[in-house]
Ligand binder design. Structure first.
Ligand SMILES: *Cc1c(COP(=O)(O)O)cnc(C)c1O
Length: 400
C-alpha cells in the first residue's frame, strides 16, 4: 500500500465518525465490474456497493443521462412537478404492478414511509393509537428509528431506547409463528422476500402465500421490503413476482438509482386512498430531478440490455460454481440465496477470507459474521464468475 493511500485512511479515521470498520482500501474509480484503488490496483467487484451498482461502473448511457440532467436542473422541490419524477413514477408502476409511488432518498426512508402508511391506514379504521407491526427475526430494514423498530436484530435496537412503533418478531418461513404474533392491534406484516443482511435467506412459496392469506383474513396490510432483493437481483424485477404474491405496500432502493441515492415506497390504489394524504408525509430531496433521471435511465437500460434475462442465465452458473466451492471446503456449512444474491455460510467468521480475497484483487462482503455474501453487479459474465472462484478458493485455503 502506498504512503498516500495510508495517509488518506489515517485522515479518514480522524475525521469520520467511526460507525464502520472499513476495509483497508481507498477506492478511486470503477470500470465495468472492476474497481481501482488510488494506487491503481484492480479488483473484481462482487459487492456492487452492496447490491447497488447493478449496471456496472462507467456505463456511458447512464453517465451521459446524469450529466445532461445536471446541466438542466438538479433539484426543484416536491411542491412543483418535474418531468424525470413523473416519468420514473410511471415506469416503476409498470415494472412493479403497484399503483402509487413516493420517492425517498434511501431504503430506510422508504421503509419509514411504508410503516407510516400502514399505521395511518389502520388509524383511519379504528382511531386506536397502539397499533403493532409483525416483523421477522433476522430481518434488516434500515437504521432510522422506524426501520430499526422492525429490524429483527436486538443488538441494533437495544442501545437506542424505546422504539417508535411496537413490533412482534416472528420466525421467518414459519407461518404458525407469524399467526401467533398477530393480534387485534396488528396493522401490518413486514418482511423481505429474500432476507439480505440477515443471511441470504429466501422465503418459501408456501410461506409467502400463507402470510398473504393471513393478512387478508385479518384485514391487515402486507409490506414487502425489496430494497436489496428487488431490481432484478433474483431474476425477477421484484422477488415477490416469482410466486405472484403481491404486497399492499412495497419498498425499493439500492439498485433503483444504480448509485444515485434514491428509493421509493409504493402501494396499491386502495391503500393510497385510505392512508397518507397531503400534509402527512414529505421529503425535500426525495424524487428530485437528478435522482429520478437516474431511475428512468436505469429502468430503460434494464429493458434495453435484457438485464433480468441475463441474471437468469448467469445466476445458475454462479450457483453451480459456488456449490463446487462449498463441496471442496469443510468449513462451508451451507450455500443459499436466490439469483445473484447468494451466500456461503461458514463455521467461522469470514473477515479474514474477505481480507485475503482483497489482497488478491477480489472485493467481497459478509452478511452477519459467518456468511460470505455475493451480490455482484447484475452484468457480470460467466468468465467473471470463474475469475471470482479462482481467487476465492485460494483465499479460503489460506485461512483454513
Ligand atoms: C440496505 C437495506 C435497507 C436500508 O437501506 P438504506 O438505503 O441503507 O437506508 C433496508 N432494507 C433492506 C432489505 C436492505 O437491504
Amino acid at each position: 500500500m502506498s504512503e498516500y493511500m495510508q495517509s488518506l485512511m489515517n485522515q479518514a479515521e480522524q475525521d469520520l465518525l467511526h460507525t464502520y470498520n472499513r476495509y483497508p482500501v481507498v477506492i478511486d474509480h470503477g470500470k465495468g465490474v472492476y474497481l481501482y484503488d488510488v494506487d491503481g490496483k484492480k479488483y473484481l467487484d462482487f459487492v456492487a456497493g452492496i447490491a447497488v451498482f447493478a449496471l456496472g461502473y462507467g456505463n456511458r448511457e447512464y453517465n451521459d443521462a446524469l450529466k445532461a440532467q445536471i446541466d438542466k436542473i438538479i433539484h426543484t422541490s416536491n411542491y412543483y412537478y418535474n418531468e424525470p419524477a413523473i416519468r420514473a413514477a410511471h415506469m416503476i408502476r409498470e415494472v412493479s404492478g403497484m399503483d402509487r409511488v413516493f420517492f425517498t432518498n434511501s431504503g430506510a426512508e422508504a421503509n419509514e414511509g411504508a410503516l407510516k402508511a400502514a399505521m395511518k391506514y389502520a388509524w383511519l379504521k379504528d382511531h386506536a393509537e397502539d397499533h403493532e407491526i409483525v416483523a421477522m427475526e433476522h430481518s434488516f430494514h434500515g437504521r432510522t428509528y422506524g426501520a430499526l423498530a422492525v429490524t429483527g436484530n436486538a443488538h441494533y435496537r437495544d442501545p437506542f431506547g424505546e422504539m417508535p412503533c411496537h413490533a412482534q418478531f416472528a420466525k421467518f418461513n414459519d407461518l404458525a409463528s407469524v399467526e401467533a404474533c398477530i393480534n387485534e392491534k396488528t396493522c401490518a406484516v413486514i418482511l423481505e422476500p429474500v432476507q439480505g443482511e440477515g443471511g441470504l435467506q429466501p422465503a418459501t412459496e408456501e410461506f409467502l402465500k400463507g402470510v398473504r392469506k393471513l393478512c387478508d383474513e385479518h384485514h391487515i396490510l402486507l409490506i414487502f421490503d425489496e430494497v436489496q432483493c428487488g431490481m432484478g437481483r433474483t431474476g425477477y424485477m421484484y422477488a415477490w413476482q416469482r410466486f405472484g404474491v403481491k404486497p399492499d405496500i412495497m419498498t425499493t432502493a439500492k439498485a433503483l438509482g444504480c448509485g444515485v441515492p434514491v428509493g421509493a415506497f409504493l402501494m396499491t390504489e386502495e391503500v393510497a386512498q385510505n392512508s397518507l394524504k397531503a400534509g402527512d408525509h414529505g421529503t425535500t430531496y426525495g424524487g428530485n430531478p437528478l435522482a429520478t433521471a437516474a431511475v428512468c435511465k436505469v429502468l430503460e437500460l434494464y429493458r434495453k440490455d435484457h438485464i433480468i434475462e441475463h441474471v437468469n442465465e448467469v445466476a445458475p452458473y454462479m450457483w453451480a460454481k459456488l456449490d463446487e466451492v462449498a463441496a471442496h471446503h469443510k468449513c462451508i456449512l451451507e450455500h443459499r440465496g436466490s439469483g445473484l444474491m447468494q451466500g456461503l455460510v461458514f463455521d467461522r467468521p469470514v473477515g479474514d477470507i474477505i481480507l485475503k480475497a482483497m489482497e488478491k484483487g477480489l472485493i467481497l462482503i459478509n452478511a452477519g459474521s459467518n456468511i460470505l455474501r455475493f451480490v455482484p453487479p447484475l452484468v457480470i459474465t460467466k468468465d467473471n464468475v470463474d475469475e471470482m472462484v479462482s481467487i476465492l478458493e485460494p483465499a479460503i485455503e489460506e485461512v483454513e
